[in-house]
Design a protein. Sequence first.
Length: 256
Amino acid sequence: MRTTMKSITLMAASMAMIGAGAAAPAMAHGDDAHSYQADLTQLNDSGASGTAWFTLDGDELTVKMDTQGLLAGSPHAQHIHVGGAGTCPDPDMKGSGVDGAIRVTDAIDDYGMVGASLTTKGSTGADHGLDVANFPTESGHYERTFTVTDEVASAIEDGTAVVVLHGVDHNGSGEYDGDQKSDLDESLPSEATDPAACGVVGASQMADMPEGGVETGDGTTAGIEDAGLLAAGGVLAAAGVAGMVVSRRRAARREN
């Protein structure tokens, strides 16, 4: 078959597309799995922030979350909220707390009620929203896979699920204290449950996935950096083939 510059260009383009495909987001777990992400920003001037990544496969949810700026040494309730407007409250809103601090119920219309509790162990049900013994006590990495209700799965899929982290040291004492009681549990100070950070769950930004990569459909793990190298390798391979063919054609012309 005659090799033309046009065919070389098409071949190079095809191989480049194959390489680029390696860097495209891969569905995790089964064919119906999809990835989502929430970028967490501070509420109540807490200084807390983070990113949460989700893979939903039917009713099975895998959560990976990295957080910063939370009060160390105190439990931080963390939840997926559903049933509200699917938004985070305006961080500048005046709440019912001391000095206008935002309390949980102040923003209930925005993010809704607890749909799932992101505990480190034990139950993840909404009824364990204040399971303080099983929530993280400092910033860092969280990871867990568990089953969610249809309501939570649907909220994640339609973009109305919201992640909320709780626990704010308003007075800088280094612990949860103060005279005002929590609007969720009067046995706790308000600082223990006031929202510290919030993020709406939306489409995943694969470039921001944690190091170590994501699980692909065939059960293997491909890191984002590896995927980028595969894409680059595809382009370089295509360019190499094209260059080799052109060089051979030029050499043949010189011999003739």
